[in-house]
Design a binder for this molecule. Sequence first.
Ligand code: GLU
Length: 356
Amino acid sequence: MATRSVVVKIGTTSVTDESGGVAYGILVNVALDVADLLEQGWSVVVVTSGAITAGWFEVGRGRPRPTDGATLQAVSAVGQPLLMHAWRNAFAEVGLDVGQVLLAPLDFSHRGQYLHARGTLEALATLGVVAVVNENDAVADEEIRFGDNDRLAALVANLVAASHLVLLTDTDGLLTADPRLDPTATLIEEVPAFDADLDDVAGQSRSGVGSGGMASKLAAARMATWSGITTVIAPARAHNPLRQALSGSPGVGTTFRPRPERLSARKSWIAFAVASHGRMRINQGAMQALEHHGRSLLRVGIESIEGTFIEGDAVDIIGPDGQIVAKGLTRVGHESFFEGDDVVVHRDDLVLLRGT
Ligand code: GLU
């Protein structure tokens, strides 16, 4: 990827209008910005939401939106091509072609598949084609869905080693309080580092049609900043939404600064992309060895295990205080736990997560 590369995610409430149809004007604004950034040498990947809402606008005929998973997945199959049609037309206005890439969580869990997806996104960029990504809603099992495109966008940003992640949404950015409950809420322009208070600010805000809300945006920002990616939450309804978000101008969106020590792509993959299959509770001594001396996790430091995992699976490593300390790939499956290698999680396969 180019040195300056951005993954821009546009949420459902911005991609679609009040009626549920595609908000074409916003797509064109984004396309104009993308064209401009490409000319300046940026690399850009678009992550779009809105398939389910656009699909229900088409086939729902004004009925209330369904709530069951199977129907929503079927509806996404209607909306996804409508969405792509709109993106194709919007990008055609600026002379660019688009390619659709639909991803499922398993594409991030299997390292081979992960690298393959990266290859496809890079090849599209080389062709000068704008990748438009969404979750593969129609087929992903309800249990293993990403659930929201904020997380997907952070994973894609990590996948392509983007320098920036921009989450375009229907608010001005991260506010000090929920503006619907507190009219004095103001914009937080910059977040130099995460702390626990941020989660209180986010609350559990959810809009009617999107599935993200501010909590999932913060989770995405946390993931991305740990991967060394500057993250901006900014309004989609601005005139040049993406360029403005990247401009760093005062009053535009909330910028989250990346952590100075960037995790390697492989460690970010372990930390954020792979689902955990179990938990290992460790003792104080092991915690010290991991956190202060960068050691591997040895069997002697493990108090108990939970879950069903085999060699190579990711596990959460839990400290004596019950908090997650690290995540790593185990060298020993749960069935042969007391027979295998003394090194259970090698330090090369381990990511410390305190402070996340
Ligand atoms: N993938 C879903 C869709 O396109 C959106 C998920 C979200 O709202 O974040 O409808």
